[in-house]
Design a protein around this ligand. Structure first.
Ligand SMILES: *Cc1c(COP(=O)(O)O)cnc(C)c1O
Length: 396
């Protein structure tokens, strides 16, 4: 099997699993209790919090563990809105955010009276700073722009966006689920006030995330109850999850340079091979300001879903640009936002590597893509028209 869907989730690293195991068995104490095994749980949580805050240049007490990246995104937006709505009800975000942001924005618009601006992006998926600045009004209380996109890999000019937010005294949140552990991030240097992350995207366990909240940001509790997470997110802590997250973070940061260099090399190699060997295709996302492990292509005259299924039969696991999870075949909002026509958005494939991905995996995958694309095109009436000169390509 060749797993190229690491933007969806990653394998929990063996050292992460090993670090977690004792906290399921002998070290099961409730961190809020005062006897010895409970203290061990508490110390383990503190250690993870310190690892994570250290990576961001934050203080340990600014890290709030959540159950997922989605929860962190929900919390940041909903609670900031409630805390600052007396100042204004306007939030600025982008059209290419994860649904955890977009659907939360829709909720705030519909149910809470928020006004939301969804910024366009350019053809590479980059937010335009002039447009951002232009969208700011005296009512604007929050800017939420993702660090790096989960579908096309484009990295945003986060530092510049942070500067603009700071200049106008507006809170800045970033969904860094794809960036944390993969790109160096300093919350102070980038003027980030809130940041979301998720364990299972960096070889940590599922069901654990965090929200960084800068000290001084007024934000309401997300879960009411006990005193956990400085009373802002009650509930007995997911101790094994938090431990695993800490170990995964440490590993990700220690290996970041080496890993991303290796991934970039493989990614560029794959992009080059596909461009050279498969006609009528197009790389989606920024040509170089992109996540090192992301390759996203559209193959004209091919259904992305068919390509995906046929790759699956070869033991290759990837992802397509359709929201097939929701049972619909609407093309991805991200691909539409970068200006792809419906047909081209429908013909896309996302391949995301891990540090275990090899050149042999890439070669095998490209060979199969070539073969399958060719086969699918011979069955396409549109392609037949194209070959006969009765139809133009939409991407060349
Ligand atoms: C995966 C992902 C999320 C959601 O994280 P979960 O922990 O799966 O809820 C949010 N934003 C981005 C960019 C993601 O890739």
């Amino acid at each position: 099997m060749i797993y190229l869907d690491n933007a969806a989730t990653t394998k929990t690293a063996p050292e992460v699993v090993n670090a977690m195991l004792p906290y399921f068995s002998e070290l099961y104490g409730n961190p809020s209790s005062i006897y010895t095994i409970a203290k061990k749980s508490k110390e383990a949580i503190t250690a993870s919090r310190e690892i994570i805050s250290g990576v961001l240049g934050a203080k340990p007490e600014e890290i709030y563990f959540t159950a997922s990246g989605s929860e962190a995104d929900n919390w940041a937006l909903k609670a900031a809105f409630e805390a600052y709505k007396r100042k204004g009800k306007h939030i600025i975000t982008t059209k290419i955010e994860h649904h955890a942001i977009l659907h939360t924005c829709k909720y705030l618009e519909k149910e809470r009276g928020a006004r939301i601006t969804y910024l366009d992006v350019d053809e590479n998926g980059v937010v335009q700073l002039e447009q951002l600045e232009h969208a700011i009004t005296p009512e604007t209380i929050l800017i939420s722009v993702m660090f790096a996109n989960n579908e096309i890999g484009t990295i945003q000019p986060i530092k510049d966006i942070g500067l603009i937010a700071r200049k106008h005294d507006i809170l800045f949140h970033t969904d860094a689920v794809q960036a944390f552990g993969r790109l160096p991030i300093s919350v102070d240097e980038y003027h980030i006030d809130m940041l979301s992350s998720s364990g299972h995207k960096i070889n940590g366990p599922k069901g654990i995330g965090f929200l960084y909240i800068r000290k001084g940001v007024k934000i309401q509790s997300f879960v009411h109850g006990g005193d956990q997470e400085r009373k802002r997110r009650a509930g007995t802590e997911n101790v094994p999850g938090i431990v695993g997250y800490g170990v995964a973070t440490k590993y990700a940061v220690e290996t970041m340079r080496e890993r991303t260099q290796k991934e970039s090399k493989l990614g560029n190699y794959m992009i080059q091979r596909i461009n050279d060997e498969v006609p009528n295709c197009k790389l989606n996302g920024h040509p170089f300001k992109r996540l090192s492990n992301n390759v996203n292509f559209s193959f004209e005259f091919v259904e992305g879903e068919s390509l995906l299924i046929m790759l699956n039969m070869e033991g290759i696991y990837a992802s397509s640009g359709s929201a097939c999870t929701s049972g619909s075949l609407d093309p991805s909002h991200v691909l539409l936002a970068i200006g792809l026509p419906y047909e081209i958005a429908h013909s896309s494939l996302r391949l995301t590597f891990s540090d275990e991905t090899t050149k042999e995996d890439i070669d095998f995958t490209v060979d199969k893509i070539k073969e399958i694309v060719k086969k699918l095109r011979t069955m396409s009436p549109l392609y037949e028209d194209f070959v006969a000169g009765k139809r133009k390509s939409m991407i060349q």
